[in-house]
Design a protein. Structure first.
Length: 365
């Protein structure tokens, strides 16, 4: 088992990565009980993940008061209605401020559970047990929690760090290929924004990633978590450097909102958004066109889209994208902020890009 530590002001928390962790009842129990302060636990999961892993988690928590809420699967469930249902569930089960929530699932479960933990009785502990690649390499680490609003993605949320992240790479074996590929988009992102050598590693080991090679996957997950831990440790609340983690996301969130949550998986929308951001980088940051070609080729090899299809273009029009991006959380004083790359592994935050340049990029993609 590998361990990393996320250090933030006034506290720190561990990330554990291992294959078969959920099947190791004794080890799982040891890790959980060391971080559960009281006798109450609430597991938030969904109806797809629960049949696969809930029993193992319940066995590890034997002897505690454990209540389970199973939500429906999908991005559309990350909303205020399900948030309130979860609050109602906790109150009906008489949970108190010493309770610990456990998010068992992917990014949607983790985001919603984390937001509930941030706000239930002014904040309770929670543990992330991510079961998708996207959640293991990105959304479970860093403390961003939220639900969506009809006006935009992740508009209602809070920064609330977990007390631990437990990532079992064996769960990726049951992940549908489309969901798995969506997680690889966030993996590629880390190579673009921070680590050119890691990007080259992904190019060289794309076949191993597609085959879900255990050794390569563990190495990739650890590297992604290490990068995110370093960035979050330096800037927990995104007042500076942490913004680089949004590479491709301004475009991607616009695509998700306009096309309907679930039409494109988050990672798929981010993949398209990264290509858009790369083309924008060529225009305003001097990125060499060859990098756009390498990025497009790698994403394609990993089974990800790199441009909108015709149906999506009809709703995600240039002006519609400009309008919805104007509502993005990253907008400052009415100015759109984009993460652009000058070369692989080096990015910058820009809020001075002419709207005409952005429109031209959208026209190309």
């Amino acid at each position: 088992m590998q361990q990393l530590v996320v250090e933030i002001p006034h506290r720190q928390y561990p990330i554990f990565v291992a294959e078969g962790l959920l099947a190791d009842t004794q080890k799982l129990r040891e890790l959980l009980l060391a971080r559960i302060q009281g006798r109450q636990v609430a597991i938030i999961t969904n109806k797809v993940v629960a049949p696969l892993y809930l029993d193992a988690l319940l066995e590890a928590l034997d002897g505690l008061q454990v209540d389970v809420m199973q939500m429906d699967d999908g991005e559309a469930e990350k909303n205020l209605q399900v948030y309130q249902q979860t609050m109602d569930f906790l109150l009906a089960a008489r949970h108190n401020r010493s309770t610990c929530l456990i998010a068992l699932g992917g990014g949607v479960v983790g985001d919603l559970c984390g937001f509930v933990a941030a706000t239930f009785q002014r904040g309770v502990d929670f543990v992330q047990i991510p079961t998708t690649l996207l959640a293991q390499v990105d959304s479970s680490v860093g403390g961003k929690t939220a639900v969506n609003h009809p006006q935009g993605k992740n508009m209602i949320g809070a920064f609330h760090q977990p007390v631990a992240v437990l990532a079992d790479t064996a769960t990726l074996g049951t992940l549908p290929s489309r969901e798995y590929a969506a997680g690889l988009a966030e993996v590629v992102k880390y190579g673009v924004i921070v680590d050119a050598a890691f990007f080259e590693f992904l190019e060289q080991h794309s076949d191993d990633l597609l085959a879900k090679d255990g050794a390569v996957l563990s190495q990739v997950i650890l590297r992604c978590c290490a990068i995110k831990a370093e960035v979050v440790s330096a800037d927990e609340r995104e007042s500076g450097r942490r913004a680089i983690l949004n590479y491709g996301h301004t475009f991607g969130h616009g695509i998700e909102k306009l096309c309907g949550y679930g039409q494109w998986l988050h990672g798929e929308a981010v993949a398209i958004g990264m290509v858009m951001a790369a083309r924008l980088s060529v225009a305003v940051a001097g990125l060499d066109e060859s990098v756009v070609m390498r990025l497009t080729a790698l994403l394609t090899r990993l089974g990800l889209p790199t441009a909108l299809d015709q149906a999506s273009r009809k709703v995600a029009t240039i002006e519609a994208m400009m309008d919805v991006m104007g509502l993005d959380k990253k907008v400052v004083d009415g100015r759109l902020r984009f993460i652009v790359a000058s070369q692989l592994g080096q990015v910058q935050v820009r809020d001075d890009i002419d709207a005409a340049v952005v429109r031209n990029v959208l026209a190309q993609c």
